[in-house]
Design a protein around this ligand. Structure first.
Ligand code: ADP
Ligand code: ZN
Ligand code: ZN
Length: 807
C-alpha cells in the first residue's frame, strides 16, 4: 500500500493552482496528515518549497507511481488548518478570483509563511580562484552573500557543467519561546547530607541547597531564582550537572496583556430593547440555525453589552465565539471590556501585536485554551471549533474588505462559517452599510433595533451646523469658527474635555509656488507631495518617496513657496497659538506609528492629562470618555468631494460616529459640525442621527444611478510601466467581457484610475455593474487564466468583486 499526499504548493500561478501528488516516504508516514505543511521538491530544478497537504490517497501497490517525487519533510507536528478552513480556502479562492495557496497562507499568522534560503554547493572540483574567492574554501555558500560576486558568469558555466549546484531550503519562522525551569531532584534528607559535605565558604551552594530543602516540590524559573532568590546562574548550572536539580524548557506565551490585571465585571441588567435583541439571537443559538441578524443601534445604545451577554451564553454552553471589530477601534478600552468579562478565555488578534505575539495568541486558540476571539479582519480565520456565535461590530467599516489578494470581505466569510457551524451571525452598527440594511429590509437578515442610549442619563448630544462660507464672509480666517472656538473655551473653563476631528493627515496637503503655480509632484506617481513638518520632508502618500523641502521654486527660482491646505499638525499649531493654556493631544498616522503609542495617547486623554484630542478618523470610533462634552468636526466636506458613489454614506457614517463620542456620561454633550455644504442631506441627517431617513434617501439615489445594493459591482484593474500597454490590455479585457455578458450589464471604462500613475506604473480600470449575469464567473476565470501569460510581460491584472474604493 502506497500513500500519496495531494499538495498545494507555494507557487502562486494559474498552472500550479491545483494539488500536486507526492509519495509519502515511510519515515514520514506517521507524521503526514491533511492540513499539515510540508516541504516538497518542485519543478525541473527540484527546488524545495512549502506546500499544504489537502488530501491523502491510499494506493494499491503496482500502480505506476515511479515518477512521483517523495515529500522531503513535514513542517508541523499537527495540522495547522482543519477540514473546515481547508474547505473555506477553496471557496474563497473561487469567489475572490485568487490562488488557493494565497488563500491558505492568508489564514495563518504571517510568521508561518515560509522563507526560502538559496545556497550554492560544490559538487566536483572547481577552479582554484572560484574556490578561494567565492566559496572561501567551503562546500556551500548562502546565495545572499555572494549574489553580487564578479564571478557570476563563471558560476553559471560551472552549474551547467554540473560542478556546482543550487540548493533551496525552506525555513519557517514560527519559533516557540521557551523559558528554563528547574525543580528539585533530591529529597530534603539527601540535600541535608549534601549540605554537610559542602565547604564552609561555598556560600552560593549553601544558599541553593537551603532553598531546595525548603522547596521540595514545584518548578522555578532560572530567572526568578536569580532575580528574587539571589542565586547565581553558575551555581544553578552546576547543581543541574551534579544531578541535584532537573532542568526543563517550558513553552511560554508572549502575552501582550500579561502586565495588566483586569478587574472582573458583571453583566448589566439589560433594557427591554437589549433584552429582546439578546433573546432572538439566543433562540437561534439554541436551535442551531445560521440566521444573520443586523443590530441597528444608535451610538451608546448598548450594543456591546448585548454582544458580551450573547457570547457569555455561547461560553456557558461550552461553545466558542468570534468577535470582529475594525482595526482602528480595537482600542485598549474594547479589549478591556472583553478581558474583564471573560478573563483568560479571550485571545486578542490585531496588527499592534508583534509577529511572535500574534503567533502565540493563535496557538492559544488552536489548543482550545481560548474560547473567545476578539480581533480585526483576519480573526475571521481563527481556528476555533464548535463556534456558537460570530459577531461583526461596526459592520459597515470598509476595513473588513482586504484590499490585496485574496480580496475577501470578512462579512461573507463569517456568514460562510456560520452556515458551516449552524450558528447565528450578528452584524452590528449605528450606521449599517446600505447593502446589509437592504438585505434586512428584504428579510434576508433579521433586523434588531436599539433606539435609545443605554446608560441612564445619557441622551443624544445637540448638534449645530456652522456654515463656513458665511463664516469666511464675516471675516473669520483659519480653521475655527466662532461657535466652535467659544465652545472650546467654555469647556476648558469647566475642566471638561473636547474631541476635534480633522479628516486628513500631514502638515499641509501640498506646497505651491505663488509666482508660477508650480506644485511639487512625486517623481513616481501622478500626485503632489505632502509636507511633513515632523520629519521636515516632502512625502508621497502612495509610494513613500521622500525628499527635502525646497526653499525656492525648481521651475522659476522664486522664493515665494507657500503651504496650502490643512493638516492635523498645522491645526494643532493654530489651536495652540489661540489657546496657549490648552493641553492638546494629536492623534494621526504620524503620531501613532510606534507600537503602543495609540494606547498611550488614549490613556493620557482618559486620565485627563490633556484637554483636547485632535485627530483623524481614528478618533471617531469606539471611544467612551464620559468627560467629553464637546465634539468638533473641522471639515465635514473632505469625504463628500471624493469621486465615489459611497461618498455620502461615508460622510454620514463618520459624522454619526464622531458625534456619538459626545455626552456619554451624565453631562449633556454638544457637537459642532463645520461645513461648506450645510444643506447636504448626509450632513443634515447626521445631525439628527436619523439613519432610517438617510437610508431611504440614499437608496433612491442608488436606484436611480444603478449602484449597489441594486446592482453588483466588479472592478478590473490593469497596470504596467508603459501606459499604452496597460490601456491596450484593458481594452482587450473589455472586448472579452462583452462576449460573455448580456446587454443589461453596464461597463464603465476603460478609464485611467484617478491617480493614473503610482510607483512608476500606469493604472487603467473598468467597473462592471450588473444584476444577473450567468456567464460572468466564467469570463472572470478566463481573464484570471490569461493574466498568467501576461505577468511575464510585466502586466498585472486584478479582479475585485464588490470593491470598497473606486479611486
Ligand atoms: P454601543 O456599543 O452601542 O456604542 P455600549 O455598549 O458601549 O454602546 O454602551 C454605552 C454605555 O452604556 C456604556 O458605558 C455601557 O456600560 C452602558 N450600558 C450599556 N447597557 C447598559 C444597561 N443595560 N444599563 C446601564 N448601562 C448600560
Ligand atoms: Zn515658480
Ligand atoms: Zn509616489
Amino acid at each position: 500500500m502506497k500513500r500519496i499526499a495531494h499538495v498545494i504548493v507555494d507557487v502562486p500561478t494559474m498552472q500550479t493552482d491545483q494539488p500536486f501528488s507526492y509519495l509519502i516516504p515511510d519515515h514520514l508516514a506517521s507524521l503526514v496528515d491533511v492540513g499539515i505543511r510540508v516541504e516538497v521538491p518542485f519543478g525541473n530544478g527540484n527546488r524545495h518549497i512549502q506546500g499544504f497537504v489537502v488530501a491523502i490517497e491510499e494506493h494499491q501497490d503496482g500502480v505506476d507511481d515511479n515518477q512521483l517525487k517523495p515529500l522531503i519533510d513535514v513542517l508541523d507536528l499537527a495540522p495547522v488548518l482543519n477540514d473546515e478552513l481547508l474547505l473555506l480556502a477553496q471557496d474563497m479562492a473561487k469567489t475572490t478570483y485568487s490562488f488557493k495557496i494565497t488563500c491558505l497562507q492568508t489564514m495563518l499568522p504571517s510568521v508561518m509563511r515560509s522563507t526560502y534560503n538559496k545556497y550554492l554547493v560544490v559538487k566536483e572540483a572547481i577552479p582554484e580562484i572560484i574556490d578561494e574567492e567565492v566559496f572561501l574554501g567551503l562546500a556551500r555558500r548562502d546565495w545572499e552573500e555572494i549574489k553580487n560576486s564578479p564571478y557570476l558568469a563563471e558560476l553559471h558555466k560551472l552549474r551547467q557543467n554540473g560542478q556546482i549546484d543550487i540548493q533551496y531550503e525552506v525555513t519557517t519562522k514560527n519559533k516557540i519561546k521557551t523559558m528554563s525551569v528547574v525543580s528539585s531532584n533530591k529529597s530534603p534528607s539527601e540535600f541535608i547530607e549534601i549540605k554537610q559535605n559542602l565547604r564552609k565558604n561555598a556560600h552560593q551552594k549553601h544558599r541553593l541547597v537551603d532553598f531546595f530543602i525548603e522547596h521540595t516540590v514545584g518548578e522555578f524559573t532560572i530567572k526568578e531564582l536569580v532575580d528574587i532568590h539571589d542565586l547565581s546562574r553558575q551555581v544553578i548550572r552546576e547543581a543541574v550537572d551534579l544531578g541535584w536539580l532537573i532542568q526543563r524548557e517550558e513553552e511560554v506565551y508572549r502575552d501582550p496583556y500579561k502586565h495588566k490585571s483586569f478587574k472582573p465585571d458583571q453583566a448589566l441588567i439589560l433594557n427591554d430593547e437589549q433584552q429582546s435583541a439578546l433573546d432572538k439571537v439566543s433562540a437561534s443559538m439554541d436551535e442551531r440555525v445560521s440566521d444573520v441578524f443586523l443590530l441597528e443601534g444608535i451610538t451608546g445604545s448598548g450594543k456591546t453589552e448585548v454582544y458580551l451577554q450573547a457570547i457569555a451564553k455561547a461560553v456557558e454552553k461550552g461553545e466558542t465565539a468570534i468577535m470582529l471589530v475594525p482595526e482602528i477601534s480595537l482600542t485598549p478600552q474594547t479589549v478591556e471590556r472583553f478581558k474583564r468579562r471573560f478573563g483568560d478565555k479571550v485571545a486578542v488578534l490585531h496588527s499592534g501585536l508583534s509577529q511572535g505575539e500574534k503567533y502565540d495568541e493563535w496557538r492559544k486558540i488552536e489548543r482550545k485554551e481560548a474560547q473567545v476571539v476578539v480581533g480585526a479582519r483576519s480573526a475571521v480565520f481563527a481556528p476555533l471549533e464548535n463556534i456558537g456565535l460570530i459577531i461583526i461590530d461596526e459592520e459597515h467599516e470598509t476595513s473588513y474588505k482586504q484590499d490585496e489578494s485574496p480580496r475577501y470581505h470578512a462579512r461573507d466569510l463569517a456568514i460562510w462559517r456560520g452556515d458551516y457551524h449552524k450558528c447565528p451571525v450578528l452584524l452590528g452598527s449605528a450606521t449599517p452599510s446600505l447593502e446589509s440594511r437592504a438585505r434586512a429590509q428584504k428579510d434576508v437578515y433579521k433586523l434588531l433595533k436599539l433606539t435609545k442610549r443605554a446608560s441612564e442619563n445619557a441622551i443624544l448630544p445637540t448638534v449645530e451646523v456652522v456654515d463656513m462660507r458665511q463664516e469666511m464672509m464675516e471675516g473669520t480666517g483659519g480653521s475655527f469658527s466662532r461657535t466652535l472656538m467659544s465652545g472650546i473655551e467654555n469647556r476648558l473653563e469647566k475642566k471638561e474635555q473636547i474631541v476635534l476631528l480633522l479628516n486628513r493627515r500631514g502638515y499641509s496637503s501640498f506646497i505651491m509656488c505663488r509666482d508660477c503655480g508650480y506644485v511639487l509632484p512625486c517623481p513616481n506617481c501622478d500626485i503632489s507631495l505632502t509636507l511633513h513638518m515632523d520629519t521636515k520632508t516632502m512625502k508621497c502618500h502612495y509610494c513613500g518617496h521622500e525628499e527635502a523641502i525646497p526653499n525656492k521654486c525648481p521651475v522659476c527660482d522664486s522664493r515665494k513657496i507657500r503651504y496650502y491646505g490643512t493638516g492635523t499638525q498645522k491645526v494643532e499649531e493654530e489651536l495652540q497659538d489661540l489657546l496657549p493654556q490648552a493641553r492638546i493631544l494629536r492623534m494621526d498616522v504620524d503620531t501613532t506609528r510606534k507600537k503602543g503609542s495609540h494606547e498611550r495617547l488614549l490613556e493620557k486623554f482618559g486620565t485627563h492629562d490633556a484637554d483636547i484630542l485632535l485627530g483623524t478618523q481614528m478618533i471617531a470610533k469606539g471611544l467612551d470618555f464620559p468627560n467629553v462634552t464637546l465634539v468638533g468636526v473641522l471639515n465635514a466636506d473632505t469625504a463628500l468631494n471624493l469621486p465615489d458613489f459611497r461618498a455620502s454614506e461615508r460622510t454620514f457614517q463618520l459624522l454619526t460616529q464622531v458625534s456619538g463620542r459626545a455626552g456619554r456620561g451624565d453631562k449633556q454633550g454638544e457637537v459642532v459640525i463645520q461645513t461648506f455644504n450645510p444643506k447636504n442631506y448626509a450632513i443634515v441627517l447626521a445631525t439628527s442621527q436619523d439613519y432610517d431617513k438617510f437610508y431611504q434617501h440614499e437608496m433612491q439615489l442608488r436606484h436611480r444611478g444603478n449602484y449597489p445594493p441594486y446592482y453588483f459591482t466588479v472592478q478590473l484593474v490593469v497596470s504596467h510601466e508603459e501606459e499604452v500597454v496597460a490601456a491596450k490590455k484593458m481594452y482587450e479585457i473589455v472586448v472579452l467581457l462583452k462576449d460573455y455578458l448580456s446587454n443589461k450589464a453596464i461597463i464603465l471604462g476603460p478609464t485611467p484610475k484617478s491617480v493614473a500613475r503610482v510607483n512608476k506604473r500606469y493604472y487603467y480600470q473598468t467597473v462592471l455593474k450588473y444584476r444577473f449575469e450567468p456567464r460572468l464567473e466564467e469570463a472572470l476565470q478566463k481573464i484570471l487564466q490569461d493574466s498568467q501569460v501576461d505577468i511575464r510581460k510585466g502586466l498585472r491584472v486584478s479582479i475585485d468583486t464588490e470593491p470598497q474604493h473606486f479611486i
